[in-house]
Ligand binder design. Sequence first.
Ligand code: FMN
Length: 212
Amino acid sequence: MKRIQNLRIDYSGKSLDTNKINKNPIEEFKKWFKEAQRKDILEPNAMTLSTLSANKNINSRTVLLKGVNNKGFIFFTNYESRKGNDIKLNNTVSLVFLWKELEKQIIIKGTAKKISKKESDKYFQSRPRSSRIAAWASKQSKKISYKNELKESFLKYEEKFRNKKIPLPNFWGGFLVEPKSIEFWIGKKSRMHDRTIYLKNLKSWKIQKLYP
Ligand SMILES: Cc1cc2nc3c(=O)[nH]c(=O)nc-3n(C[C@H](O)[C@H](O)[C@H](O)COP(=O)(O)O)c2cc1C
């Protein structure tokens, strides 16, 4: 078995031609995302979300992208979780998509804002019943005091909402990440990777190539 320090591959990615890429990075993102979906990558919508805590610790974790529109990128979570509390104090966040099979990475930096209750409810009601109960049952990021606490909480809400519509919890919903920069990376031979960053300039986007 190879030693960790000897694990490496030489990428083969096709060149990214800035003349051909879309002037709007969200359109470019959609194009790349469709490719990731076509290639049957497991959960292409999984992304690393990083936030900054009150005492300036960076917290990272995976969340699922649940929508993209001309304003930005949407994910759903518990607003009272660690990430929810981080965002309350500092809504600057980053999102990283890594599609290893495509030798591609996208890094988005921007600001996270709560979406409307109506939009959150629309998505919440589209989730499987068990996921809706789980949203009520989980005090996401809080300490579990004893072994069966979570299970008991799930059973409690299952009983409470039996034969009833499950309402959107006040503490649960979506965030829209409005991008300020979006960087597209393609792995290339001999580590000559291709990096293109879009920087928001009022309403337009400045496109810049970066050394790998
Ligand atoms: C593939 C994957 C997808 C996930 N998707 C979400 C998600 O969409 N929303 C969410 O709140 N947590 C999601 N999680 C769980 C988070 O990674 C994390 O454990 C949780 O949100 C608590 O994070 P926090 O304590 O930093 O707030 C996902 C985890 C994995 C591995």
